[in-house]
Design a protein around this ligand. Structure first.
Ligand code: 13P
Length: 342
């Protein structure tokens, strides 16, 4: 694949009024969410849940691309269509999570490194044949006492850049996701400082590894106070801290920015994304949208609860959150859009 096609795919992922849907929870993560709702943790239930999502009528009006897990891209919808093909039929670009998860970083207690570079070029070739057009790799950075260390940030940044270069070489647009976690009691300023340091290291490494920025999507955390910080900032404060941090550390050439939700309440994620697009629209060199998993899926998963009869109501809830975030991506979201039942 040539670079022009990669750039075109990145642009299509950032299509006006749309965002990305992360539905690539690994089996352990998906099983944990199922277990909390007493849903059987089987390949068939995971498939049925992904069928519910992909077959939601109208999803392609708000969602430009969906990220699948390895198990899902090998499964079929209820009507026997491969998931990647079903997404294309819904005008949604299929993507694939290619990292193999975060593990303890040797010699750095409390910190993690994401694995999956071994054999990646071969897997990328296989995923392209299966219809995937973009990929995702998530690195995890924890804020705590004396962490993150430079050792952890640099190791993760290097892996992200090697992954991105391998994907572009094989024909996939890389989503580069360095997630600074919300867990902890740190304040907004500390999250801003750590996010800046991480982004700086990531773009240094992307440059060194010759990654084409125009064919790369950044998936960052929003700049937030830690979950247990007593001083919680307002929506506009989060929007300003986040965009300021991005403007200082993300080159203008990057194809687009699509946030993770990180466990924020669904409506907060929409309000904060909206505020960024309202307050900073004229200053931003890149499109700013969403690549949420929990902030789109959670209400739908709660309603579905593993029961066939609940599928239509769950699909409605999913579409509702996708529409709210589509509005937020355009700076048109209003809390009144939220229906009381959701
Ligand atoms: P959340 O939106 O639930 O944080 O998930 C996004 C994601 O894809 C994590 O890798």
């Amino acid at each position: 694949m040539n670079n022009d096609e990669l750039v075109k795919t990145a642009q299509a992922m950032m299509a006006s009024g749309k965002g990305l849907l992360a539905m690539d929870e690994s089996n352990p993560t998906c099983n944990r969410r199922f277990a909390a709702l007493n849903i059987p943790q089987t390949p068939e239930m995971r498939r049925a849940y992904r069928d519910l999502i992909v077959m939601t009528p109208g999803l392609g009006d708000c969602i430009s691309g969906a990220i699948l897990f390895d198990e899902t891209i090998r499964q079929k919808t209820n009507n026997g269509t491969e998931f990647a093909e079903a997404l294309q039929q819904a005008h949604i670009i299929p993507g694939i999570k290619v990292d193999l998860g975060a593990r303890e970083l040797a010699a750095f207690p409390g910190e993690k490194i994401t694995e999956g570079l071994d054999g990646l070029a071969t897997r990328v070739r296989e995923y392209v044949k299966m219809g995937a057009r973009f990929a995702k790799w998530r690195a995890v950075i924890t804020i705590g006492n004396g962490i993150p260390t430079a050792g952890c940030i640099d190791a993760n940044a290097h892996m992200l850049a090697r992954y991105a270069a391998i994907c572009q070489d094989g024909g996939l647009v890389p989503i580069v996701e360095p997630e600074v976690l919300m867990d902890g009691s740190h304040d907004l300023a500390r999250c801003a400082a750590v996010t800046a340091e991480v982004l700086h290291a990531v773009f240094d490494q992307l440059y060194l590894q010759r990654v084409i920025l125009e064919a790369t999507i950044l998936k960052p955390n929003m700049v937030l106070a830690g979950l247990s910080c007593p001083d919680q900032p307002g929506v506009d404060q989060v929007a300003d801290a986040t965009v300021t941090c991005l403007l200082r550390n993300v080159p203008a050439a990057v194809g687009g920015i699509a946030f993770l939700s990180g466990g924020q309440p669904a409506q907060s994620a929409s309000s904060r994304l909206n505020a960024m697009n309202v307050r900073w629209a004229s200053k931003m060199p890149w499109p700013l949208t969403f690549s949420f998993s929990r902030a789109i899926q959670k209400p739908a998963l709660d309603i579905w609860a593993g029961k066939e009869a609940n599928v239509p109501a769950a699909q409605q809830a999913l579409l509702h959150r996708a529409r709210c975030n589509s509005q937020a991506r355009q700076g048109r979201y209003k809390p009144e859009l939220e229906k009381p039942v959701l």
